[in-house]
Design a protein around this ligand. Sequence first.
Ligand code: URA
Length: 422
Amino acid sequence: MNIIDIINKKRKCGTLTDEEIKYIIDGYLSEEIKDYQMSALLMAILINDMDNEEIYSLTKYMADSGEKLDLSPLGDNVVDKHSTGGVGDKTTLIIAPLVASCGVKVAKMSGRGLGHTGGTIDKLESIPGFTVNLTEDDFLKQVNDINVAITSQTENVAIADKKIYALRDVTGTVESIPLIASSIMSKKIALGAKKLVLDVKVGKGALLKNINAARRLSNLMIDIGKHNGIEVICILTNMDIPLGNNVGNALEVKEAMEILNEHKQGHLRDLCVELSSYMVALGLNIPYEESKEKVLNNLDNGLAYNKFLELVKTQHGNIDELPEESNKYEIKSKTAGYLVDIDAYKLGILSMSLGAGRENKEDTIDYSAGIIVNKNINDYVNEGDVIMTLYTNKEITNVDSTIFKISDKKIEDEKLIYEIIK
Ligand code: URA
């Protein structure tokens, strides 16, 4: 077997065998297969696709390429959740304690942000003292004791995926559905998930821009789940506009607390309620309607917020000392009319440039930096009204004025949830 024959086979739309896929993963990890050869193969896969058998093999060998976690000592009411990434997506900060407060165990390993999308671990690190590097024993013990723990994914899980993902990021091969499906599911298999709710984002601020692509990705992840004994529910959600009003690490923690403690309403809360209801239904094996009632009750009666405070305290965070916002710049509307668009991708890029994200892996984050969007879609805006407020320690030179669109007519309410696929 050799890698050039395999690249040529995929270039000519051939189907790779299980042995060939094992050879690719082993060879890439041992560095016999070079980055340039892997890049050529990834591009051939992006263009010519893979069938389900190829995808199952790729997922299996990536899952087997590192350590595996066994969550079975925690019982069978453990549920995981994953989002394909977006702007202002602080759902894990809300959902993990909310679902845990309903009696479901949430053992969550999360990642950092890269590019225009944020990551849960960076958001949690904006809470002074919060430990994101739990040992495996401490992680499992905490889930057992208080039903919830959030830690950063260890370096040793699905090592092949980590290496391939880094290469995809710089070779224009991220947006391949078989590669995304196998990447996400290999990590979930390695992390011991048995019940999983996936938030598949669609739109300008997401990896996938159209609903058909999101449908195929969802069906594939469900099939991979079945093949590996994981029950998967996919919720296809809108990521044309950012989720909630705050973007940036400490600002997003504050908005999560507004949902948990101050009954803030809107899209972000609605999405958290939906995702949590499916997680609780899966975890407790109860009908969706019953679990939604529990979720809404625990949001209202303070149990979810208490669980959030317990989570922060157990992981040594001091929620009273969130970093204060730095310099403030108000962006005002030059015209009057209805706010009809907030471009999630452009807003993510702006937030990153303010210091809230990393342009390169080694960049450090300014936890206080970010954006508050002061208006919602279809709000009427007068000339001179503040549409968004930027927080940064950097010099602001110019701000992309095409992030927002103002029109003399309202738009039809955009759907938040497109569909649920099980
Ligand atoms: N998230 C992942 O973990 N992998 C991908 O390929 C895309 C999103």
